[in-house]
Write a protein that binds this ligand. Sequence first.
Ligand code: AMP
Length: 500
Amino acid sequence: MTVTESLLAALLANTNADDPFLIEPSGPAASPGETVHTYGQVIERSLHLAGALTASGVEPGDRVLVQVDKSVDAIALYLGCLRGGFVYVPINTAYTAAEVEYFAVDTGAKIFVCRPAGADTTAAPSATVLTMGTAGEGSLPELAERCEPLRSISERAGDDLACMLYTSGTTGRSKGAMLTHTGLLANGRALHEVWAFEPGDVLLHTLPIFHVHGLFVALHCAMLNGSSVIFLRSFDGAEVQRQLPRATVMMGVPTHYVRLMGQPSFGATDCENIRLFTSGSAPMTAPVHQQFTERSGHQIVERYGMTEVGIMTSNPVDGDRIAGSVGYALSGVELRVIDGIVQTRGPHLFAGYWQLEEKTAESFTDDGWFITGDIGVMAEDGRLTLSGRAGDLIISGGFNVYPKEIEMVLDETDGVAETAVIGVPHPDFGEGVVAVIVLQADADEPAVLANVADRCSAALARFKHPKHYVTVASLPRNAMGKVQKTALREEFSELFDPNA
Ligand code: AMP
């Protein structure tokens, strides 16, 4: 691969140094201000950060472990790593020192970049620890001021690693997904095409940047388009509503759309300039999809992806956006459903799990298809609908119970905000079905519970009926809004069988 084909070169190809890139709103709502960082400024910052890493002994192919808060410098650091050919490994800011140690040891990272306040050198004993804050402070930016900037882009082959992202780890320990320059670029280009990015698009960015969605899906689309990005440090419903009129595209997880609708004054006038709302990372329920359309006048485009392979499918921008379906394969993405499980092949695939050859081999078929572990049905025209994770399948009395099917019935009941259906050990049935329900604020609990039980009886075969209904204040979710069913299964493990 020549330098001009590298991921960074492609991301910069349509950008102009003087154009606004990251726009940070600031100040109180009454007198709002903003800081504009042009493409040229962010890139210049990235050259200096890359220079500091080079001066610290980092070489192409070395891993740089990063646990910092979302900031313009964090984006510059990512771009600097791409420039140097360093493998960027961002991790969730919520991880504790003990968890960080696992990633530090597993990656063999040469450098650990962390927040100034939490600088804990013991977490990464064999790495050099540098700090970086959100306002330009920290030992890494200080070093950058004293070092030669790295102006050239490191020559990399297409299958060289650009980044490594750790999977959410629903089973066993988190695995490092090795993501290549070619894979990330192929996915960025396919998304830019399917979502019909056009000159003048402005992206509202509220997602964390240690995950595929915020770092690659959102950022790469904007950069390939040379767009400006309204860059919010986190999702705040009121702030998002304030910024929406300036944006044409917003990418979110389902929880974001629920929270936006929690703003009493949110409505269609806020969305007049919006061209596209997308959702993914976790399933969006049909009622939320419909309610959002009623409130905003826009149908959310749901898409489906995972850490290992980026985004595989999307509902069409021109065409039916069907609630509950994740749409069609992106260009270049091959997709099939074998034994009920979605498989995929194409240039978007990762290069395997870091130092886990056996796990990698188990995840692929002999002819090179990646087995996603998601249960799906593909219509004749190629439209895909998901119905949960293979690992979430409940087997009760010898029958297969797909939680999604029950959750859909529960979600459509008045007074229900959200639900998760799990299986826990049961002395007679092997597993018993449990419905965990979050009620809407004004709901009458006994009436809602009677109603959901009636609806399940009417709509579902007997073996699928929840044997127990429980209400909770909120569902445990990870940073990307995914319900942590493992945590729920643990919490309710002794419900039917005290010896479980
Ligand atoms: P992660 O690797 O953490 O991004 O998780 C990927 C998993 O999230 C997929 O394998 C799916 O189970 C789930 N997922 C992502 N997008 C969707 C979606 N639109 N609908 C349902 N599940 C989704």
